[in-house]
Design a protein around this ligand. Structure first.
Ligand code: SF4
Length: 164
């Protein structure tokens, strides 16, 4: 069976990031997977009704994506607004779509409080990175989806193409 891949919309060139920009990843595997009908594109935050542009948001200092999912941490906008519910809904939407469409892998943009897989920002809007993952990435992983960052597309190729 052909492996399907859930993919961040901004990585596919959609201008859906908080700043109204895209963050396209150019790689021949992406073009091929798209032609083969193996990509399922979502912006989790937009799927939860968040606008473009929107204020930047980060997981609050000292908390993790797992804390957010379990009700012990919040996601806050730079202006102080609490968008925890939206980020949880975003993650649920992405998981539901992955399960409905049979995605066993996800390729997500790193650094995002939703899609980050290797690093996120420290919650103080200081620009400082720290190891961690976003809320969507954490929920996908917890439900058996193998998650890769944009920098790991070669690793994903080895697995996803091997599973064809
Ligand atoms: S939620 Fe994910 S797909 Fe949407 S803009 Fe942020 S990083 Fe991109």
């Amino acid at each position: 069976m052909t492996a399907k891949i859930l993919v961040s919309a901004c990585l596919m060139g959609h201008a859906v990031r908080y700043d109204g920009q895209a963050k396209p990843l150019v790689h021949p595997a992406l073009d091929r997977w798209r032609d083969e009908g193996r990509l399922v594109t979502i912006c989790p935050e937009m799927s939860a009704g968040m606008p473009v542009p929107r204020l930047p948001a980060e997981i609050e200092p000292g908390k993790s994506a797992a804390d957010v999912l379990s009700g012990y941490g919040r996601v806050l906008e730079s202006g102080g607004g609490d968008v925890t519910d939206e980020f949880r809904q975003a993650a649920e939407n992405a998981l539901a779509l992955a399960l409905e469409t049979g995605c066993t892998y996800a390729l997500l943009i790193d650094g995002s409080p939703s899609c980050g897989t290797g690093f996120v920002y420290d919650g103080r809007f200081s620009g400082r990175r720290q190891p961690g993952e976003g809320v969507t990435a954490a929920l996908l992983k917890a439900n058996g989806i193998e998650v890769f960052s944009d920098a790991q597309i070669e690793e994903l190729m080895a697995l996803a193409d091997g599973a064809r």
